[in-house]
Design a protein around this ligand. Structure first.
Ligand code: GDD
Ligand code: MG
Length: 357
């Protein structure tokens, strides 16, 4: 699993939490992926990490709690999406999955493996169709699935197809021979094009699964909406769900769907929802309005504050009567002053405002 990226597009959230540990419905995203691997019968996982690996190691340890074996390989300098694989070559003994660490999908890995075993190419790439392929890797293939071109992030007008690399590969060990050692190598820009150029059979595996790359704040919020609506199957009860659900049932200000962690406190006159996820020990003051937002743990919202379409990291405090504009992202332990007004799209980090990239 490739989890070495810095998560720059999710800043300031990723100043305090590496992208794979960003929670989905109050559980680190990577734990969701581990479950999917487990269900497909996979027990051995190598995490190619680099940015803030401690947080990952602390949570998963050697994997025994999950009945899995997890090996960490930390890159001093980023080796890129193929260099990271070359770097663990001595730990790979046969065909292996490669997963981008920021993709939420319902893809069935066991079905993908069966497909690969029939086709016997050097690799199989999971594809999905999207409306705008330009921010992704575009993959062109023939009717048999054989890939003829891989074009990473083309300009919008030049995208050759609407089928994109969905960030899950099943590869034969032989592909490692195409990756030079000791430098940064991109699998998308170098290795796949080279494998195609020498005539090796690389195949596409297109599915209609739920799929989203969580790497941007608006996608992160969309993923939560999709889990709450059931569009992304994650076994969440409809209406009010989560460990804190009992305390919220019968509350007049809850607009479903709402998901809440343990020990949440919502004052009687507050309005929470729709599409709100509250982390553990969040508190929402009297008359506050929180819509379409995801809060991590211990977020405190003062009386009369209004928050719409925002992501708020752990320990942040929103002062009474503050207004948080749509699309804002508030970092760990940030305090927004009473009556402060944040413009739409604000990103407020631990010590200063950050210009969105
Ligand atoms: N170990 C390691 N080392 N991991 C890395 C490195 C590195 O140097 N660089 C990136 N990663 C990890 C990231 O943490 C992430 O999980 C994954 O590789 C992909 O990197 P992103 O930075 O998220 O790439 P992207 O989203 O712009 O594009 C990739 O994903 C798209 C699908 O979401 C490409 O694979 C596209 O072709 C693809 O369509
Ligand atoms: Mg990504």
């Amino acid at each position: 699993m490739l989890v070495g990226g810095e998560g720059t597009r999710l800043r300031p959230l990723t100043y305090g939490t590496p992208k794979p540990m960003v929670p989905i419905m109050n559980v680190p995203f990577l734990a969701r992926t581990m479950e999917r691997l487990y269900e497909a019968g996979i027990r051995d996982v190598i995490l190619a990490a680099g940015y803030m690996p401690q947080a990952i190691v602390e949570y998963f340890g050697d994997g025994s709690r999950l009945d899995m074996s997890i090996t960490y390989v930390i890159e001093e300098t980023p080796l890129g999406t193929a260099g990271a694989l070359k770097n663990v070559e001595d730990k790979i003994t046969g065909p292996f999955f490669v997963l981008n660490g920021d993709v939420l999908t319902s893809l069935d890995l066991a079905a993908m493996r069966r497909h690969h075993e029939q086709q016997r190419g050097i690799g199989l790439i999971h594809l999905i169709r999207v409306a705008d392929p330009s921010p992704f890797g575009c993959v062109v293939h023939d009717a048999t699935g054989r890939v003829s071109a891989f074009v990473e992030k083309p300009p919008k007008a030049e995208a050759p197809t609407d089928e994109i690399n969905a960030g899950t590969y099943l590869l034969e060990r032989e592909i490692l021979d195409f990756i030079p050692a000791g430098r940064n190598v991109s699998i998308e820009r170098e290795t796949f094009p080279q494998v195609i150029a020498v005539g090796k059979a690389l195949y596409a595996y297109t599915t209609g699964d739920y799929w989203i790359d969580l790497g941007r704040p608006e996608h992160y919020l969309a993923a939560h909406r999709d889990v709450l609506s059931g569009a992304m199957p994650l076994a969440v009860e409809p209406g009010i769900s989560g460990e804190g659900a009992e305390t919220l049932r019968g509350h007049p200000g809850i607009v479903v769907p709402v998901h809440a962690g343990a020990d949440v406190v919502v004052e009687a006159s507050a309005v929470v929802g729709p599409n709100v996820v509250l982390g553990r020990s969040c508190s929402i003051g009297a008359g506050a309005i929180v819509r379409e937002s995801v809060f991590w743990d211990r977020v405190s919202v003062g009386a009369g504050a209004r928050i719409d379409e925002a992501i708020v990291a752990s320990g942040a405090t929103i002062g009474p009567k503050a207004r948080i504009g749509r699309g804002s992202v508030i970092g760990h332990d940030v305090t927004v002053a009473p009556e402060e007004v944040l413009e739409p799209g604000s990103r407020v980090g631990p010590s200063a405002k950050i210009t969105p990239s």
